[in-house]
Design a protein around this ligand. Sequence first.
Ligand SMILES: Cc1ncc(COP(=O)(O)O)c(C=O)c1O
Length: 441
Amino acid sequence: MDKIFDLIKKEEARQRETLMMIPSENYTYPEVRRAVGSILMHKYAEGDPGRRYYQGNEFVDQVESLCEDRALVAFGLSKDKWQANVQPHSGCEANLAVYNAFLEIGDKIMSMFLPDGGHLSHGWHLPAQAGVDDKKITLVSKIYDVHFYHVDPKTQVFNYEKIAKLAKSIKPKLIITGGTAYTRDINYKKMSQIAKSVGALYMADIAHEAGLIAAGVMNSPFPYADIVTFTTHKTLRGPRGAVIIVRKDMGEKIDRSIIPGLQGGPHLHSIAGIAIALKNTQTAVFKKYAKQVIKNAKILAQELVKKGYDVVSGGTDKHLVLIDLRSKGTNGWVVAWGLEIAGIIANRNTVPNDSGSPFYPSGLRIGTPAITTRGMKEKEIKIIAGWVSKVIEHVKDFKMPSDPKARQSFLKAYREKIDKDEFLLGIADEVKTLCQKFPVP
Ligand SMILES: Cc1ncc(COP(=O)(O)O)c(C=O)c1O
């Protein structure tokens, strides 16, 4: 048998025996995996349903149209006013397709500062220093003139008055909300008013929250945003992919931006899986699930606060919690590796006003979508919070040097040491026992 299948088997066991707590990950449905692994992947269908460049589209046209319809139904939108494009291969490409459709090279974008919780696909470059050009890190920052808004340094949440003031001075053509580590809900109405007041288009990237919004447990950007993009594999529980929803009169520009502007053939097997996940958002079971995701995250935040951790913004409104580890004298890299040995898979992340770098940030991002899919609730969350705390306390005295050379040897020695750490491996055994009670779907 191909070695790949051996590796898939090992990965399957890893996903079963550890706690999947990266907030952007989830377990999809068995029927989604069936659709994604189906013969639909054999088909080329460049173009849109009913308007393809190739022949043989009788059935794939129906698959894609059904997916588009279900995307609108999931958010309670009427076909007369809104249009969905389900072809973007990923969230980054969905966002790029939006810029490609509505912006010219050099146009101004205003988006959330990455270390405060924004996303790379909304532009990222290092702040300019005297006499030095900005170090443009992403393609988006190279093509467009991207400006960032921040969270309030005290409350760590948005100050809409400040954002409005900044928008007035920058006069962007596009304002973006959404990100990867902003733990609070967004006032979409207010953001759309800010955009309108400066003549900007407003795009809400709801990659993380799409499932929670479809279930009605978080604010919806509809009907306020002109453009909404989202990935399909996070809280939505679908396969990897993305969707763009725009006002009907903007639909043709998005379709042409995707093809011929940016992509070739749509991944119809993924689109079939997305259609299944979108339909499931309308069930009572999914709505209950989404509610529990948030409830679990809130409990996790409360437990961590009780244990003396610095939870960014003091809590959460959604599926993720961000811990600033600086008050514990440690950082995201040290803690995330310690947790991995203990069977808890989270990720290191920047926090507002971070003194570290994106590779060695000061925070830990931890979320509840996948463990809630397995059926874990309050009781389990409290146990998990206890383990997270024990791991942090156990590893926090491993101090990462700031000198890059000394850091490299520290990283190697630290990994070697914790690989055999009996305390962490003991927690991993307990995690495994808990996981056995909550089968993966
Ligand atoms: C807010 C946001 N936008 C876009 C993306 C990019 O999605 P993808 O990884 O599918 O390109 C992500 C991914 O985490 C995200 O969180």
